[in-house]
Design a protein around this ligand. Structure first.
Ligand SMILES: *[C@@H]1O[C@H](CO)[C@@H](O)[C@H](O)[C@H]1NC(C)=O
Ligand SMILES: *[C@@H]1O[C@H](CO)[C@@H](O)[C@H](O)[C@H]1NC(C)=O
Ligand SMILES: *[C@@H]1O[C@H](CO)[C@@H](O)[C@H](O)[C@H]1NC(C)=O
Length: 346
């Protein structure tokens, strides 16, 4: 009797586990083959456009090849996992035939001067040899619509929980990372922990230092750089929704890459595969990072700057999760598609 009682539930459990594995493998396979279909559809759309241009020269709109003229700007915020993402672009650029360019601004400034703004905007818009391209740099959002340009680039970015980003930056300045381990950082030798820094109210852990993701999304206006400005927060949210093609979360890097690959296959084809197998993508980690205590977290979270930066993070997370959810038909494991019908006149 006892034998029966102990063995039976065990077998049932094993059967359930096996079933779950089989179902999830099927589920993934099914979704990825559908994604592949959408990707090839996006690509064939652009091929149709270029073929159509040969057939009828009269329609100028069909001669424009969106994929070959693609410009993506990734105005990366420091310490948001941007190096692994940029490494991915450098790894893929040869195989996928696109260009990657780093925007190096004097003195690590995040805002361009007025002459440089118009110069930069005109330069990348007209630079044909460099298309398609990803430009990346620690630069605040720059609105191309002010410069009378015929086309605008696609902005992308990553956003990270504000306190995690600050802690990461704090230790990075002291210990560097495993990416360039021999480079001596600005605060090398300083052994003070983040907790001690907050306790003693030192400058390096001032909550105002978290005011960085809001200005990066807000842009080149003066108010963007005033810590605590409500206008800046509102503008950052508006830009995030209206001007950014996609904003991902550092905490969900693979989902960001997957959505990029599905929507911009011309550049990101094969990127998820590469990211999950490459040893370069997860390379950069700040050395000796210590998780802050609950007391420190509580103290930081009392600050207005943390509250506002966190509000932007939550807002971005909501957008991102919404986009992810809308990929498939509600309640079903089927990718959304669309088509035209009732086309008149015949
Ligand atoms: C940007 O350019 C300056 C001057 O050439 C150089 O010293 C610096 O290392 C560059 N910055 C980066 C991040 O490559
Ligand atoms: C853009 O700027 C680069 C660097 O200054 C220059 O080499 C290139 O010729 C410029 N492209 C155009 C189209 O002006
Ligand atoms: C990473 O992978 C490349 C080839 O894929 C290899 O040459 C290199 O040694 C690897 N690096 C590490 C740190 O494992």
């Amino acid at each position: 009797m006892r034998y029966q009682f102990t063995m039976k539930p065990k077998y049932i459990l094993i059967a359930i586990v096996l079933l779950v594995i089989i179902v999830s493998v099927f589920y993934n396979f099914n979704l990825s083959s559908q994604l592949e279909e959408i990707r090839s559809k996006i690509e064939s759309n652009s091929n149709v456009a270029s073929r159509a241009s040969v057939v009828s020269e009269k329609q100028p709109e069909s001669t424009y090849d969106f994929n070959e003229n693609l410009i993506v700007i990734y105005n990366r915020v420091p310490k948001t996992g941007s190096t692994s993402f940029v490494n991915l672009a450098y790894d893929l650029c040869k195989r996928n035939q696109f260009h990657v360019l780093h925007i190096n601004i004097t003195g690590n400034m995040h805002v361009l001067s007025l002459p440089n703004q118009i110069n930069f905007v005109r330069n990348i818009t007209s630079w044909r040899q460099m298309k398609p391209a990803i430009y990346h740099g620690h630069m605040a959002f720059l609105d191309f619509s002010k410069f009378s340009m015929p086309s605008k680039p696609l902005y992308i970015n990553l956003i990270r929980k504000p306190l995690d980003r600050l802690v990461s930056y704090y230790y990075f300045l002291r210990y560097g990372d495993n990416y360039r381990p021999n480079l001596v950082r600005r605060k090398a030798g300083d052994k003070m922990t983040f907790d001690e820094c907050v306790e003693q109210q030192q400058a390096d852990c001032d909550p105002k230092l978290m005011w960085l993701q809001i200005p990066f999304f807000c842009g080149h206006a003066a108010q963007c750089w005033e810590a605590g400005s409500e206008w800046a927060l509102a503008q950052a949210k508006r830009n995030l929704v209206q001007e950014y093609f996609l904003v991902g979360l550092t905490e969900q890097m693979e989902d960001f890459i997957s959505l990029l690959e599905a929507s911009l296959p011309r550049i990101f084809r094969g990127s998820l595969d590469h990211y999950s197998t490459s040893n370069r993508s997860h390379l950069r980690q700040t050395t000796s990072k210590i998780t802050p205590s609950q007391a420190t977290v509580d103290r930081i979270q009392e600050s207005d700057v943390w509250k506002m930066e966190n509000e932007l993070y939550d807002f971005a997370a909501q957008q991102f999760h919404f986009l992810q959810k809308k990929m498939t038909v509600p309640g079903k494991n089927v990718l959304q598609s669309y088509m035209y019908e009732k086309i008149r006149p015949k």
